[in-house]
Design a protein around this ligand. Sequence first.
Ligand code: PGA
Length: 255
Amino acid sequence: MPRRKPTIAGNWKMHLDRTKAVELARAVRRGAEALGPGVDVAVVPPFVYLEAVAKELAGSPVRLGAQNVCEQREGAFTGEISAAMLKDVGCSFALVGHSERRHVYGEDDARVAAKLRALLDAGLDAVLCVGETLAERDSNRTEYVVREQTTQALLGVSADEVRRVTLAYEPVWAIGTGRNATAVQASDVHLYLRGLLSGLYDGQVAEAVRIQYGGSVKPDNAAELLNAPSVDGALVGGASLKADSFLAIAAAAPR
Ligand code: PGA
């Protein structure tokens, strides 16, 4: 069974301006080239800077992703961006189901599933984010929540297609709070999700799908988290806005 290559993605959220986005992309590109092919590096800028960042990354191994996508193909959907448009400007993937989309913008599992379908149909990859709130963890509902989120999003996704999906386990209480899950907490959920994939598909698929951890990943906790069993990389928010900290996290991934 080939080892799953770790993937480190920087979710820039609604930060930076055009100049800073291009500078950061340039520095990430240099750093990723120096790290070599043992780790996949990706950046996820705001929509309006995707094209400028794509130019900066042209010919480099750094992958470009979007933070969101519309579930519709095209039409009168003011303010939305389609999967085909993302592909057109150089994206190879997009996030779906990020907790800020679920909890701030009210996206439910059905919408997340439709967005995932739109990406797969357009030939793009997807990072499907799942994770429990603190109240859900405290009432022992973590496994139930991530099972529902994962199962609902993957309804109708074939075994071939799911290989283009990366899961990101992002406990809501760890996002932007400085309070990361421990390596054991992360691993427990990742192993649970892998078991779930094995049941939904089969063992081979479950071993092939990458599961990233996200939530307050920083250079000083990266090595422990990234070396935990079944953790195949990180989805990084705050620490991805500076090349030094983001690249230090990427360098901590087992290669
Ligand atoms: P954080 O964000 O690293 O700032 O906690 C992670 C994320 O939302 O993907």
